[in-house]
Design a protein around this ligand. Sequence first.
Ligand code: VGL
Ligand code: ZN
Length: 210
Amino acid sequence: MEMNRYKSALIIVDVQNDFIPGGALAVKEGDQVVPIINSLQGKFPTVIGTQDFHPADHGSFAANHPGKNPGEFIDLNGLNQILWPVHCVQGSPGAEFQKDLIREGWAAIFQKGMNPGVDSYSGFYDNARRGDTGLGDFLKEKGIKTVFVAGLALDYCVKFTALDAVSLGFETYLIVDATRAVNIQPTDGELAIREMEAAGVKIIKSNEVI
Ligand code: VGL
Ligand code: ZN
């Protein structure tokens, strides 16, 4: 596959302990993305991490809505919100990056999900598209035209990060073997890939990143 890694960035989404088997919002095989992502990092002139980073009173936590359980939906300030287990709380071990993930050489870390009133899946904007992490301007100021997205979870934060990247005009690749899905429904990961493809995201495997 033809690709342009000149002026490209690798965006590593939310490879944090709570999304790894044993964590609060464990993604099946989530740990398996770490060696793949590590082997790719040296190929990119710019590597960026995102970090889900919630206050304990975050509105996406089922525990903050008496009588509600993870997987149920609520209206959170006008947006339909699926409720999650408490995860990636600021200062907790679950919010830290997986221990084997190489972080030397990262250009920046963009944190998200700090506003308790709105969830934030994308590394660019919150789910209401009001709050902006600054990632888009950061990439544009560096002259980056192409982004490669990997990490967790495929059907939430990876998907919304890739969709926002396309909408901002970046040529966008999903490294499909360097991500895993939550799969609340068993086909969610597959549907996420199709949705991204339909929006213009190019789906590649890590061995195609040359
Ligand atoms: C994520 C659910 C809630 C993710 C974050 O990183 O995909 N998913 N918060
Ligand atoms: Zn979260």
